[in-house]
Ligand binder design. Structure first.
Ligand code: MN
Length: 208
């Protein structure tokens, strides 16, 4: 992804993740919140000619190279664009509820079994104070996922795992805008529902 950034199209309609994630939330989240990050990221990079030719991933891995006057904007809105682009891609209606193949093996190696991983991830997501994300990340290169050292981390605001040197595999948005319309303050119900729409096949393919 490079400047000028654009809002990615979803591969499913806004109501496709019902009843787990409602259509109104999806529409606002994608067409307003994510669009906002894209617009503000473009406005920031517009002022930085050298940045226009860089991949967003490279920028987010090396925020020190961003001019100080736009660094915070790029961190927030670039992170927002990157995180949400990944978030839409790892979900799908009627998706498999558990990973298979090498990623499943890696989860077993690192967490014992899938349900232990799920519990640990859910607790991390519940524990995010205020707005942020919980992530399954790889510590090393993703070229051999079965040998990957996996970890669960959280990031505040729109900070990305990339900035901390990790490769993100799965992430959940626990900003209130991701669930408030349907679940109000019940973040746990949202997280439990979200497991039903995770697209482990695509996550597995991406991690290979
Ligand atoms: Mn969001």
């Amino acid at each position: 992804m490079k400047y000028p950034f654009t809002l990615p199209k979803l591969s499913y309609p806004y109501d496709a993740l019902e009843p787990y994630i409602d259509a109104k939330t999806m529409e606002l989240h994608h067409s307003k919140h994510h669009q906002g990050y894209v617009d503000k990221l473009n406005a920031a990079i517009e002022k930085w000619p050298e940045g226009k030719i860089l991949e967003l991933e490279e920028i987010l891995k090396n925020l020190d190279i961003v001019p100080e006057s736009i660094r915070q904007a790029v961190r927030n809105h670039g992170g927002g664009h990157y995180n949400h682009s990944l978030f839409w891609k790892i979900m799908k209606p009627g998706a498999a509820v558990e990973p298979k193949g090498d990623l499943a093996k890696a989860i077993e190696n690192n967490f014992g079994n899938f349900s232990k991983f799920k519990e640990e991830f859910t607790n991390a997501a519940l524990g995010v104070f205020g707005s942020g994300w919980a992530w399954l990340v790889a510590e090393n290169s993703m070229t051999a996922i079965e040998n990957a050292k996996l970890k669960i981390i959280t990031t505040p605001n729109q900070d990305t795992p990339l900035a901390a040197g990790y490769t993100p595999i799965v992430g959940i948005d626990v900003w209130e805008h991701a669930y408030y319309l349907k679940y109000q303050n019940r973040r746990q119900e949202y997280i439990e529902a979200w497991w039903n729409v995770l697209d482990w096949e695509s996550i597995n393919r991406k991690s290979e």
